[in-house]
Structures are given as C-alpha cells and as structure tokens.
Design a protein. Structure first.
Length: 210
C-alpha cells in the first residue's frame, strides 16, 4: 500500500494536482475495490495495482482541468467507473452520472459509490439513447465509441451550453474527419500521463449555435 501511495503522490505532483490526503486515500480505496471485484465483474484487463494507478487513476484525472466550471457531468459507458469515479472523488461539488448498459458493471459501480461514500454520484443502468430525463454540462467517455457515434448517441444529454470531453488514445485523425458539420471541435490537447507509456488526447466539442 505504501508503494501505491507513493506512486499516486508522485503522479499527482507531476500533473500539478494538489489533492487533500483524504481524496488520495479514497482513490487508493477505489483501486482496492477494482482489484477485489475485478474477477467477479470483469472490470479491467489489468491485474497489477501499480498499472491501475497510471492507466486508470492518473489517466482519468487528466479530465479535471477540462471540467473546472462544470456543475454536472455524465460518464457514458463508464465500465468500472473511469473517468467518473476518480473525477467524483476529486470534485465532490460536481454531480456525476455513471452510465453503462452492462448490469454487472453497474452493480459494481453501485457498490463502489456506497463504499466510497460518494454523495455526488448517481449510477444509471441502460442504453445511452434511452436516457431522456437528464441534461448535463459535460458528457465524457473513455474509449466508448468513435467520435461520430459518441456525438449521435449523446447529443440529447447536453444542456444549453453543454460540451463533449472525449478521452482518446492516439490522435483520432480519421474520427475527426467524420464529425458532423453541426458540431465544432474547438480544442484537442495531447495529454501527459505519468508512467503511462501510451498516447492520450482530449477532444473537446460542442454543438454549433444556430
């Protein structure tokens, strides 16, 4: 545990994230839950907790600067809770919905939310196109679908000034070519994730105003 604590601390420092100890401990508790329930719920291909810190926790936290002014967010295709749960731990003021169509995964998410005491999180089970009772500031996802499909499936979830924050691996050249004309891609950043030897990009998009 000490080793994981240190790895998380160094990673956060490298990302210039200053998190209170209580939040850091919750992030580590979440990693422990992922490890504990992974066998039952098939949450991640990773078995090693050290890799979970870089691939799941630090990777998810690259989202934080992009949701600074948001009050509500939906994590679509949340799976084991990335990036929604790490974001919820660090932003207790942000109302977050974790959505997944896989009931085994949403069972885990419910369990995690209760065990971590996350008052700001709602878990929803079902298909994204069937979600009609909620509008949010930000719709995010990590490897949920190609940009074109992500937009088509989730545009009804954005409120008046809402935007998409799509977390991608390598620079999505082809996907960007298929973004519909009604949507503006207004920022693409290359992300640096400490000890993660893979490319990461953030794609920010919003509907064009009529």
């Amino acid at each position: 545990m000490t080793e994981l604590k240190e790895q998380l601390k160094l990673g956060l420092q490298a990302m210039h994230l200053d998190l209170p100890t209580a939040q850091q401990l919750l992030l580590l508790e979440y990693v422990a839950l992922l490890k504990k329930w992974n066998h039952t719920y098939n949450l991640t291909a990773l078995r090693d907790e050290n890799q979970m810190i870089s691939h799941h926790i630090l990777d998810s936290l690259t989202l934080l600067p992009y949701i600074k002014n948001a009050t509500s967010m939906m994590d679509v295709g949340s799976g084991g809770g990335m990036p929604g749960i790490p974001a919820a731990i660090c932003r207790p003021d942000l109302n977050i919905t974790l959505l997944d169509s896989n009931t085994k995964k949403t069972s885990f998410l419910q369990q995690a939310v209760i065990e971590l005491g996350l008052q700001n999180v709602t878990v929803a089970s079902g298909r994204v196109e069937a979600m009609h009772d909620k509008k949010v500031d930000v719709v995010t996802s990590r490897a949920f679908a190609e940009l074109h499909d992500f937009i088509a499936l989730t545009k009804h979830l954005l409120n008046e000034n809402g935007y998409w924050a799509a977390m991608k691996g390598v620079y999505p050249y082809e996907e960007l070519e298929n973004v519909p004309a009604s949507v503006e891609v207004y920022q693409i950043d290359k992300l640096e994730v400490p000890t993660l030897n893979a490319e990461r990009h953030m794609v920010l998009m919003r509907p064009k105003k009529a």
